[in-house]
Design a protein around this ligand. Structure first.
Ligand code: ATP
Ligand code: MG
Length: 239
C-alpha cells in the first residue's frame, strides 16, 4: 500500500531531517510512527503526502508514484496534519461537502459517512455553524471526519490525539481499528505511546532522521517485559 524507498530530506539550511528511510506498509495494517521531537516524523509525512519533495528516494502509494503520478497517488489517501489551516469562515457542513466533491464521493455515501462520523464525534449538531465558532477539538474532529468520509485506502494522521478529549480519542482509536478491519491502512505519528502500543500492528521508530526500528511490538520487545515507553526511552536516549 505504501512503499518508501531510500528517502532522504535535506532542507535548504543543509539540515538532514530524514536519512535513508525505507518502509513497506501492507493493506490492513495500523502503523504507529514514533520518535523524539525533531526526529523527522512530520518531514516524512509531508514527503509521503507530496507536500514537499524528497531530496533522494521514491514514494509509492498503491503503486502510484507521489512525484510522477501525484493526482492518482493522492486519490488513495487522506491526511490530517498536525497544525491544520482550515477555511474557517465557512460552515462545517460546507467544508465536508467540499472534501466530498474533491474525492468525488456520491451523494448517498457522503450523507451516510458525514452522519456516521460527525455523530460519533458529537459534532453533527454544529455542522450548520461556521468553523470559526468551533473549539480546537471540534475543528480536529471535523478534519478527521472529512478525511474519513471518502473511505480512503490509506489514512494518514500527524499527531491526531493532540487536543482530543479521552472520549474522542477512544472514538478515533475504534474508527482506526474498524477502518483496518475493512481493509484500509492507517499510518499515524504520535507521542502517546500507550495508544501506539495498544493499537498498532507495527511500530516505526525514527531518531535523528534515521529509522531505528520497524517491526511488531513483540519483535521490538524481544521477549522482554519492558513497555514500549521503556524501550523508546532506551533506544532514543542522548549519549
Ligand atoms: N522547513 C524546514 N526547514 C529547515 N529545517 C526544518 C524544516 N522543517 C523541519 N526542519 C528540521 O527538520 C528536523 C525534523 O523536523 P520534523 O518536523 O520532521 O520533526 P518531528 O519528528 O515531526 O518532530 P515533533 O515531534 O516535534 O513534531 C528538525 O530538526 C527540524 O528543525
Ligand atoms: Mg511533527
Amino acid at each position: 500500500m505504501l512503499v518508501v524507498k531510500n528517502v532522504s530530506k535535506i532542507y535548504t539550511n543543509n539540515k538532514k531531517a530524514v536519512d535513508n528511510l525505507d518502509l513497506e506498509i501492507q493493506k490492513g495494517e495500523i502503523i504507529g510512527f514514533i520518535g523524539p521531537n525533531g526526529a523527522g516524523k512530520t518531514t516524512t509525512i509531508r514527503m509521503i503526502t507530496g507536500m514537499i519533495a524528497p531530496t533522494e528516494g521514491t514514494i509509492e502509494i498503491n503503486g502510484k508514484d507521489i512525484a510522477r503520478e501525484s493526482v492518482e497517488a493522492k486519490k488513495n489517501f487522506t491526511f490530517v496534519p498536525d497544525h491544520p489551516t482550515i477555511f474557517d469562515a465557512i460552515k462545517g457542513i460546507d467544508y465536508l461537502n467540499f472534501i466530498a466533491d474533491m474525492y468525488e464521493v456520491d451523494l448517498k455515501q457522503r450523507k451516510e459517512q458525514i452522519e456516521k462520523y460527525t455523530r460519533a464525534f458529537h459534532i453533527y449538531d454544529a455542522l450548520g455553524q461556521t468553523i470559526n465558532s468551533y473549539s480546537h477539538g471540534m475543528k480536529q474532529k471535523l478534519l478527521i471526519s472529512g478525511a474519513l468520509l471518502p473511505n480512503p485506502n490509506l489514512f494518514i494522521l500527524d499527531e491526531p490525539m493532540v487536543g482530543l478529549d479521552p472520549h474522542s480519542a477512544k472514538i478515533l482509536k475504534d474508527i482506526m481499528r474498524e477502518h483496518c478491519e475493512r481493509g484500509g491502512t492507517v499510518f499515524f505519528s504520535s507521542h502517546v505511546l500507550e495508544v501506539v502500543e495498544n493499537l498498532c500492528h507495527r511500530v516505526v521508530i525514527i531518531h535523528r532522521g534515521r529509522p531505528i526500528a520497524c517491526d511488531t511490538l513483540e519483535n521490538i520487545k524481544k521477549s522482554s517485559s519492558a513497555t514500549l515507553e521503556e524501550i523508546f526511552l532506551e533506544m532514543t536516549k542522548d549519549e
